[in-house]
Ligand binder design. Structure first.
Ligand code: MN
Length: 298
């Protein structure tokens, strides 16, 4: 513990997905693009949509990654180009493995509703990045009481429990929720790097106070992390073996080369992705031109 370098503090930035749904984006950050293979961390809400409004992200493609949706409040329907239609409810994970290519849409079930979710991406390693696409809803995840914090194991193993979610590099994801004052020590893997993100309330993580909109990075070399909640609080702890493969993250695409990105964009524009199962009221998303280097996704 003593030898571990101090935590680094970062600020998440505001972004917009779909039809004007505002989110906070922690990853990628210009100084730190990945934590383990976690390469994207969007925090949506908690937001109360006005009457007639909701989250509507029209059909868009993904390659080279897994999208990992953790639903905290509200219900969202996912439709994809494999023909899946799946409602995700609070306490559940939707895990879509894009591999060589998939397209999907995401819509809140009711307009005028409250939504709170985290959408994470996991970069696939080179050996898996062209695998066939797949999709799975995980309705049940292991839950452990950790010093009064309710720990849900989203990915990997923690507190002697292993999540059922299929991932392709060593990583972990844990959601901690407290309804009042609570304190725990989380065993860490010394070969993992970690980040902590508060979703609501405020926490103290390794003696650093943390509120929504900020996040902390911990380099490898720690074997334990202290978590304290003074009030109703929820936070995510994500970690993994540092991902040292070169990645290009552009729009909704993760690849090794510019050529791969260009091929996927051309295929999307030419309608060569299989059609997404119909039902979303949102328009198909148009890819930005390659000249506009911006990150934009949902
Ligand atoms: Mn998506």
């Amino acid at each position: 513990m003593n030898a571990a370098p101090p935590a680094r503090r970062y600020t998440a930035r505001a972004a917009v997905i779909g039809e004007d749904t505002r989110i906070t984006r922690a990853l990628p950050h210009r100084e730190r693009r990945t934590v383990g293979a976690w390469c994207f961390l969007d925090h949506l809400g908690p937001v109360q949509f006005a009457a007639g409004k909701g989250m509507h992200v029209g059909a868009h493609p993904h390659i080279g990654l897994q999208t990992f949706t953790w639903m905290i409040e509200g219900e969202v329907v996912h439709r994809d180009s494999l023909g899946n239609e799946q409602i995700i409810r609070p306490g559940q994970v939707n895990l879509m493995t894009a591999g060589r290519g998939i397209a999907h849409s995401e819509d809140s079930m009711q307009d005028g509703t409250r939504i709170h979710a985290a959408q994470l991406w996991i970069a696939l390693p080179a050996t898996e990045c062209h695998r066939p696409p797949g999709f799975q809803n995980y309705a049940e995840l292991p839950v452990v009481d950790a010093g009064g914090l309710r720990a849900t194991i989203l990915a990997g193993s923690a507190f002697g429990r292993t999540a059922p979610t299929t991932v392709y590099t060593p990583l972990v994801g844990i959601d901690f929720a407290a309804t009042g004052p609570a304190h725990t020590q989380v065993p860490l893997r010394a070969d993992f790097e970690y980040c902590a993100v508060v979703l609501r309330g405020a926490a103290t993580v390794a003696d650093e106070t943390l509120a929504p909109g900020e996040w902390l990075y911990f380099a490898p070399g720690r074997d334990m992390l202290e978590l304290r909640a003074a009030t109703e609080t929820q936070l995510l702890l994500l970690g993994g073996v540092p991902f040292d493969e070169r990645l290009i993250i552009w729009w909704n695409l993760v690849a090794r080369t510019q050529g791969e990105i260009e091929t996927a964009l051309t295929d999307w524009k030419a309608g060569r992705f299989a059609p997404v199962r119909p039902g979303s009221p949102a328009e198909k998303l148009e890819a930005p031109s390659l000249g506009e280097v911006q990150l934009c996704a949902g």
